[in-house]
Design a binder for this molecule. Structure first.
Ligand SMILES: [Zn+2]
Length: 184
C-alpha cells in the first residue's frame, strides 16, 4: 500500500457539544500513534483507522454522535502464533452526557459518551469501540494454520517419533497442500 505523502489526522480532542450545535460531520483518519491500548492489544495496526462521526441532535434534544470506524489489525493466531489479518468495523450511536448519573437515564439503544467538560477525546472514543470489537482469541481456519510442522518435531521422542501419528498427519497435510497448489 502506498503511504500518502501527508496524513491529515482528525483532531484528538474536540468540543462535542459545540459540534452538535453546528451539525458537524467529521470524516478522516484517527492517529494510530495515539491508540496505545489498541496497539498493545494487537500485533500491529496495519491499516489506517478511518472514522465517520456525525454530531447531531436527537429526540428530546439529546446530543448524539453517530457513525462508524474501521481498520485492519494483525492478531496472533493462538494455535500457531503467526499473525493473521482481522478487519474491524464498528457502528456507534452514543449520547453525549455530563455524568454517570445522566448515563443511567438513557434508553437502551443509546450508549453514553461521558464528557465531563467541554472537551472530549474522540481518539479514545473510537479506540474504545474498536477494542470492544476485538475477539478474545483468534485462530486460523484449521487447514490454514501453520502448526502441522510442529507436531512432527517433538523433542525427546526418539524412536517414537517415527510412529507418531501426528507426524504422518502433518506429512499428509503438507502433501495435500502441495497437490492443491496452495502453500498459503
Ligand atoms: Zn494459526
Amino acid at each position: 500500500m502506498l503511504t500518502p505523502p501527508q496524513r491529515n489526522f482528525l483532531p484528538q480532542v474536540i468540543e462535542p457539544r459545540r459540534l452538535v450545535n453546528q451539525g458537524v460531520t467529521l470524516t478522516g483518519e484517527i492517529n494510530p500513534d495515539l491508540c496505545l491500548r489498541l496497539s498493545e492489544a494487537v500485533v500491529e495496526i496495519s491499516e489506517p483507522i478511518m472514522a465517520n462521526l456525525v454530531f447531531d441532535t436527537a429526540e428530546q434534544g439529546r446530543k448524539v454522535v453517530r457513525g462508524s470506524a474501521s481498520t485492519t489489525v494483525l492478531m496472533a493466531c493462538q494455535r500457531c502464533l503467526e499473525p493473521m489479518k482481522l478487519s474491524l468495523a464498528v457502528e456507534m450511536a452514543l449520547c453525549i452526557v455530563w455524568s454517570e448519573e445522566k448515563a443511567k437515564l438513557l434508553p437502551r439503544d443509546l450508549d453514553p459518551w461521558i464528557v465531563e467538560d467541554e472537551a472530549g477525546d474522540i481518539t479514545a472514543l473510537v479506540e474504545d469501540e474498536l477494542l470492544l470489537a476485538l475477539p478474545f482469541v483468534m485462530y486460523h481456519p484449521e487447514d490454514q494454520c501453520n502448526t502441522a510442522a510442529s507436531y512432527s518435531t517433538g523433542e525427546g521422542l526418539g524412536d517414537v517419533a517415527e510412529e507418531n501419528p501426528f507426524g504422518v498427519l502433518a506429512q499428509l497435510t503438507r502433501e495435500q497442500l502441495k497437490d492443491s497448489g496452495s502453500d498459503n
